[in-house]
Ligand binder design. Structure first.
Ligand code: AMP
Length: 322
């Protein structure tokens, strides 16, 4: 099923202990689209400024991503983000965020983008996420990502946006911050209860799938039926974690989109989690989009096999001593 994504399309300046890159191609929607393009057709919606080059669009086109709803705003500047990572890459400081063309942006989805069955509301102002959601009332599967900034400055709008989607994908710390619950499973259950409430009040489906991203520790899945968790794929060298969360989301949502005949069972979601984990692991091996740009399907398949074998254990019960 084709996927439409709205979110930041950006220039990122990033410093990690392994080097620096100035104004490289980035943005939540870009990282998502490149990852999801391994599974299905992807259409990106969002604005860029005069400073956004053909070379950047060519990266997306190179993975057959539909860029016709990327709007160039004359006289505007592309979203810009600057961040720096600590020595073990687990901490990140945002040093600058310039919304640029996203300020005052009114999304106008083409008929083609509106007709997608799957919608991903990547990280951007929740008002924009809600606007796009409203333009696609018939989408069969809708997922949303966000971040601490929007929880801090636009929580009410974000909670409304979450009430209108099937799946919430958030960092574990952000899930705790959003719900005010220190326990991750309790926090996820809280958001699931918003889903039940929103269905009762508005008749709209609310969130029934919660994914908590835990950086180098992996990711957890909470649904009404169960719990599942996978570690991150163990890499000895990580160069730049920027976009790992969006790449993870691209793998997860892309895998679900590519299985239109299957019900959204926990079994399907577990396979989607594995693909998400593997895509994210490739993303962090190099700066920005560099690694994913030349990733091949067969590399994904091989790493899925490795992840599968390293997360298996025998179910044989041990004879415990009384
Ligand atoms: P991640 O590492 O998965 O959290 O995503 C990093 C990407 O998110 C970068 O490419 C940034 O351009 C983008 N980003 C950073 N801050 C924001 C923000 N406030 N809104 C939207 N996108 C952002």
């Amino acid at each position: 099923m084709p996927i439409t994504v709205v979110g930041s399309i950006a220039y990122d300046t990033v410093k990690t202990p392994f080097g620096e890159r100035e104004r490289m191609l980035g943005g939540a929607a870009v990282h998502f689209a490149l990852a999801a393009s391994f599974f299905d057709d992807v259409r990106v919606v969002g604005p860029v400024g005069d400073d956004f080059g053909e070379q950047q669009l060519a990266v997306l086109r190179g993975r057959r991503v539909d860029v016709s709803d990327i709007e160039r705003i004359a006289g505007g500047s592309t979203f810009f983000w600057r961040g720096e990572y600590g020595w073990d890459l687990n901490t990140r400081e945002t040093l600058d965020t310039q919304l640029g063309v996203f300020e005052g942006f009114v999304p106008k989805l083409s008929e083609r983008s509106r007709s997608s069955d799957v919608l991903f509301l990547a990280n951007i102002q929740p008002d924009l996420q809600r606007d796009v959601r409203a333009q696609m009332p018939d989408a069969r599967f809708v997922a949303l990502d966000s971040m601490n900034l929007w929880i801090d400055i636009a929580r009410d709008s974000l909670v409304q946006a979450i009430g209108s989607v099937d799946c919430l994908i958030l960092n574990d710390a952000e899930l705790r911050q959003l719900t005010g619950k220190p326990n991750l499973v309790a926090a996820a259950r809280e958001v699931l209860s918003w889903g039940v409430q929103s269905a009762a009040e508005t008749g709209m489906r609310g969130p029934s799938v919660i994914v908590a991203k835990q950086g180098e520790y992996g990711a957890a899945l909470v649904t009404a039926d169960g719990f599942f968790a996978l570690p991150a794929y163990p890499l000895e060298t990580v160069i730049d974690p920027t976009g790992a969360g969006d790449t993870f989301a691209g793998g997860l949502v892309g895998y679900i989109a590519a299985h239109p005949g299957e019900a959204l069972t926990d079994e399907l979601l577990r396979r989607a989690m594995a693909h998400a984990t593997v895509l994210a692991s490739f993303n962090v091996e190099e700066f920005g989009t560099e690694r994913i740009e030349r990733l091949q399907g067969k590399e994904i398949v091989a790493r899925i096999g490795e992840l599968h074998s390293m997360t298996q254990f025998s179910g044989a019960a041990l004879g415990l001593r009384a």
